[in-house]
Design a protein around this ligand. Structure first.
Ligand code: C5P
Length: 218
């Protein structure tokens, strides 16, 4: 597929991991590379969209025109930027691996080694997807991702409803070559009416499949 089928559309994309600060030199993070989200941003921009990319810490860049990028660190930062920019968007694709918990209190000094166990108290972060799902207006599209280790289809359906997604992209950790850090991914796109299984492909090709599905949903 090609052409400028997203001309005039504004698309918000979250990408990458989040870093949750423990002390001035340490954080809780995850293995997300940002590759899938950046591939999506590039695919949307190439097809004519104005893209707002809210990106967690990653060394990856992009030179594609049509992408405005805001770099953030924590789940809280990402929440603030995503909720600020969703109202002006025609669609949001939530590809970021957002931390579910963050230290209840970051230490302002480097934590010292001790003989005893260290107990870190964590508090839940706010769910960006669920919040955007509640904000969603008629005509706006919301697309989520799910990565599960078990009962993936049941969990994907539960998330589709709870977060008010139009469709959800399921990537399984059980498929070799799929998920974090790889250049390839294997997805299933699940909506309320159907479920489509795709073969293992490059993240660029996977992005094109997801964008095709978004275009046909408009
Ligand atoms: O519930 P779970 O984290 O598995 O849901 C994954 C989906 O929700 C992804 O689309 C992810 O970007 C989004 N999410 C979010 N904010 C969170 C947690 C998840 O936007 N705090």
């Amino acid at each position: 597929s090609g052409g400028q089928d997203l001309q005039g559309k504004r698309i918000l994309i979250t990408a990458g991991p989040t870093y949750e600060k423990i002390d001035p030199v340490r954080f809780i993070g995850n293995y997300s590379s940002g590759k899938m989200g950046i591939a999506l941003a590039e695919a949307c921009a190439r097809r004519g969209a104005e893209v707002m990319l809210v990106c967690g810490p990653t060394s990856l860049g992009t030179t594609q025109a049509g992408i405005r990028r805001i770099d953030v660190e924590s789940a809280e930062d990402m929440f603030r930027e995503a909720t600020a920019h969703f109202p002006e968007s025609d669609a949001a694709i939530l590809c970021a691996a957002v931390a579910d918990f963050t230290p209840a209190q970051a230490s302002d000094r480097k934590i010292k080694r001790e003989a005893d166990d260290l107990v870190l108290r964590l508090k839940p972060t706010r769910d960006i997807a669920q919040t955007l799902g509640q904000m969603k207006r008629e005509g706006q599209k919301l697309i989520g991702f799910a990565l599960e280790t078990h009962d993936e289809t049941a969990h994907a359906h539960e998330k589709l409803e709870r977060k008010n997604f139009d469709f959800i992209v399921l990537n399984s950790l059980n498929d070799p070559g799929a998920g974090f850090r790889h250049d390839t991914n294997k997805i299933t796109i699940i909506s309320r009416t159907d479920s489509v299984v795709y073969p293992l492909k490059s993240k660029k090709e996977v992005a094109a499949d997801i964008v095709d599905r978004l275009v046909s949903s408009f």
